[in-house]
Design a protein around this ligand. Structure first.
Ligand SMILES: [Zn+2]
Length: 331
């Protein structure tokens, strides 16, 4: 079985394979679901199978001419379109180049697959240009749009695709997959998954990247701030280089833990058990109005970052850290 084909995708995979076998595959698929559940891997697994001239039930044969071209990394019938830099839009010129490519190159006797990711990075002009392909994609061509937030896509694009929804797998399945993949104890895999909202691929990249180190520094900075052992400006300067969206996410998860402890009376945090002492102290002292005000602020900053409004990172962090340090104040 291919490394790309994760066990929690089997229902979607089998449905599409059945559609292909009965020649009912649509021209465009919209793979939709949260970040880090493996939509990209699914798109690649499907592309690999469709490009192969002698696919087996497990996937591509990896021996035919088409598979050789793909493995060598230059299959003319596999096109991937993504923003030129993270956070930037997919430009109309990129879509025009794609149209030219689809019209000018001959197919290798099989399917042609375009993977576009993330599809919500299409702006109005590139989305309009893409509509032309969706209306006349050409023979045996499949366009796969990978999308984390389908609500941000133009309805005219959405309505021309067959939508396939992906959700996070069961916690058990995710823990078992992650511990196998990374060779971890189940409780370590469990912690990584909690920090990743249950998304296995996100948990895996969290383990591989220096994000865990960033989280450690953020957590110890937050604890120092509450004890009056660190200054807001210095910490903001230090966190400035961190993955800001991820930091907001972590901060938010601390607040959810605090709210659960205050409202539901849980003795210990659920998502951040490594920060139990700090969180117990805040849950005891902080007024819930302050906690919800901070949660609102995080949500606002999140939206502004997602809309790529390029906020002043230092100021953004200073405001948040100031509000966080205020949680420990009595008034
Ligand atoms: Zn093959």
């Amino acid at each position: 079985m291919s490394d790309l084909l994760h066990p929690w995708f089997m229902p979607q995979w089998q449905r599409l394979c059945a559609q292909q076998q009965s020649d009912r595959l649509p021209h465009a698929l919209l793979l939709s679901g949260p970040i880090g559940v493996g939509k990209r891997d699914f798109a690649r697994a499907l592309a690999n199978r469709l490009l192969c001239h002698q696919p087996t039930p497990e996937g591509p044969c990896n021996h035919c001419h088409s598979c050789e071209l793909r493995i060598a990394g230059h299959h003319p019938d596999l096109v991937q379109v993504s923003p030129e830099a993270e956070g930037k839009p997919i430009k109309v010129d990129q879509v025009r180049l794609l149209i030219d490519h689809l019209h000018s190159t001959a197919q290798q006797g099989g399917y042609r697959v375009v993977i576009m990711e993330p599809a919500e990075a299409l702006n109005t002009s590139s989305a309009n240009a893409l509509l032309k392909i969706l209306e006349e994609p050409g023979e045996s061509t499949l366009l796969i749009l990978v999308c984390h937030q389908p609500g941000q896509l133009m309805p005219t694009i959405r309505s021309r695709c067959q939508r396939i929804d992906f959700t996070t797998p069961s916690h058990e399945q995710a823990v078992s997959w992650l511990s196998d993949k990374l060779g971890l104890e189940a409780d370590r895999a469990d912690q990584l998954l909690r920090l990743s909202h249950g998304a296995p691929l996100k948990a895996s990249s969290l383990y591989d990247s220096d994000l865990l180190e960033q989280r450690k520094k953020l957590m110890s900075g937050l604890a120092d701030l509450l004890r009056g052992r660190a200054a807001v400006t210095d910490l903001a300067l230090q966190f400035n280089k961190f993955d800001l969206l991820q930091c907001l996410d972590w901060l938010n998860s601390l607040l959810s833990d605090i709210v659960r402890m205050q409202m539901a009376g849980l003795p210990e945090p659920v998502v951040n058990p490594d920060m139990t002492r700090m969180l117990q102290a805040v849950a005891k002292q902080a007024h819930s109005a302050k906690i919800f005000a901070l949660a609102d602020r995080i949500q606002e900053e999140r939206v502004s970052l997602m809309l790529r409004q390029n906020p002043n990172r230092q100021l953004l962090l200073e405001r948040l850290l100031l509000q966080w340090s205020d949680l420990a104040r009595k008034t």
